[in-house]
Design a protein around this ligand. Structure first.
Ligand code: PLP
Length: 409
């Protein structure tokens, strides 16, 4: 079965929360607790997740993509602004910047497969407004140098936590380090509602704006009662009570899932140490999710031979998480005055994207192979490996097989 670890552990808890909602008949996120049996699952999820992660505020949404849009809108990022994003990420990190009428500027990753802080400053121009570090494959970005650069240049930081719900960096959960965090609950993520997401922040004003963008500009009206004048134009990205019910149950399982994944990953990884030509990507903090094990070979040739024997592909060829495979943006000028909706004098950016524009990223991804620990997803190149339900015997067998293949190369 393809999917993230949360989808493997559905059980009585999700069923109970869902039945509460079905029996109440109240599927809309707004209502008054105790009236008509309203269950307030979305609000409960928001409050519990905020406390779990250390955010002052959480807004539940319909997707990680919607969450990124909320963050961009809350920070007022738009026409003429440049936003630095890594060239290895899910397309949504890039497309939401384009949809906000701003310009994504692609940056190199390092061997952690996340944003390379040493390559950031060269990309900053007077138009740069924000950086979006992406905690890719459950691994937190090296946030200290990223935050230092952002502070020095007065830039906003939106953490894309879609692949790293619950991960921590130096004792803080990802998403609480920058100005805002965007999270996904789609089926391939650590915990899931099928589709869904949320935004986290500890800034009152950003919360108010993110909430407004997610629901037609409303001030945070948790029970559906208007609490003030609407100050911004918004969308409808509201989570409903059915998703909220599953989100409550999954959220309560989050830390248990992460503990299990870290244990199983260690068991697998320990058996693959010291093999010729084989290393691993850099892990920036032991608080990573443990959702995937990323092998890093010394040469692309060795990585390719390994993949042929395993029936998989190196990350470079895994599909649309790699900028080289994003045909929507390649060889197109994304930013011209023509697609700026305003008469905007500062709009002079012209950015083109082309294959192999990030040589360091290409070199790393040519040598990198994803093995599933908890996220079984061909689109990430992690169609093979173990899953959260795998027992020690199965993990040992997978480790033995990988060892034999590596030794035969
Ligand atoms: C999945 C993902 C998203 C988008 O999340 P959806 O819920 O699918 O919209 C954004 N960024 C990254 C890094 C992701 O992996």
């Amino acid at each position: 079965m393809a999917g993230g670890p949360g989808s493997y552990v559905f059980g009585a808890e999700e069923k109970k929360e869902l039945m509460d909602v079905i029996e109440s008949g109240c599927l809309f996120r707004y209502g008054t607790p105790g009236v008509d049996g309203f269950q307030a699952k979305v609000v409960t999820f928001e409050q519990e997740m905020a406390e779990r992660l250390g955010h002052k505020h959480v807004v539940a949404t319909t997707s990680g993509t919607g969450s990124l849009l909320c963050c961009l809108a809350a920070l007022g990022i738009g026409a003429g602004d440049e936003v630095i994003v890594p060239g290895y990420t899910f397309i949504a990190t890039i497309s939401t910047v384009i949809l906000a009428n701003a310009v994504p500027v692609l940056a190199e990753i390092d061997e952690s497969l996340t944003l390379d802080p040493t390559k950031l400053e060269a990309l900053i121009t007077p138009r740069t407004k924000a950086i979006i570090p992406v905690h890719m494959l459950g691994n937190p970005c090296d946030m200290d140098p990223i935050m230092a650069i952002a502070k020095k240049h007065g830039l906003f930081v939106i953490e894309d936590c879609c692949q790293a719900v619950g991960a921590s960096y130096k004792g803080r959960r990802v998403g609480t380090i920058g100005d805002m965090g965007a999270y996904s609950l789609n089926v391939f993520k650590t915990i899931t509602t099928g589709d869904g997401g949320f935004v986290g922040t500890s800034d009152d004003e950003l919360y108010e704006r993110a909430f407004g963008y997610h629901d037609q500009g409303h001030k945070p009206c948790r029970m559906g009662v208007e609490v003030g004048n609407r100050s911004i134009v918004g969308m409808n990205l509201r989570m409903n009570e059915l998703s909220g019910a599953v989100a409550v149950a999954q959220g309560r399982k989050l830390d248990g899932i992460l503990e299990t994944l870290r244990t199983k990953k260690a068991l697998l990884k320990d058996q693959l140490q010291g093999l010729p030509g084989l290393g691993f990507r850099t892990i920036n903090d032991p608080g990573e999710c443990g959702t995937l094990l990323t092998l890093l070979f010394d040469t692309a040739e060795r990585a390719n031979k390994f993949c042929q024997a395993m029936g998989t592909v190196p990350i470079a060829k895994s599909g649309w998480h790699v900028y080289n495979n994003m045909e929507q943006i390649l060889n197109k000028v994304t930013a011209t005055k023509a697609n700026c909706p305003y008469d905007c004098p500062r709009f002079e950016t012209k950015v083109e994207y082309h294959k192999h524009m990030l040589p360091q990223t290409d070199d790393i991804l040519d040598r990198a192979v994803n093995i599933s620990v908890g996220v079984v997803d061909k689109g990430l190149g992690s169609g093979c490996g173990i899953n959260i339900k795998s027992d020690t015997e199965e993990i040992n067998a997978v480790a033995k097989h990988i060892r034999e293949v590596v030794l035969s190369l």
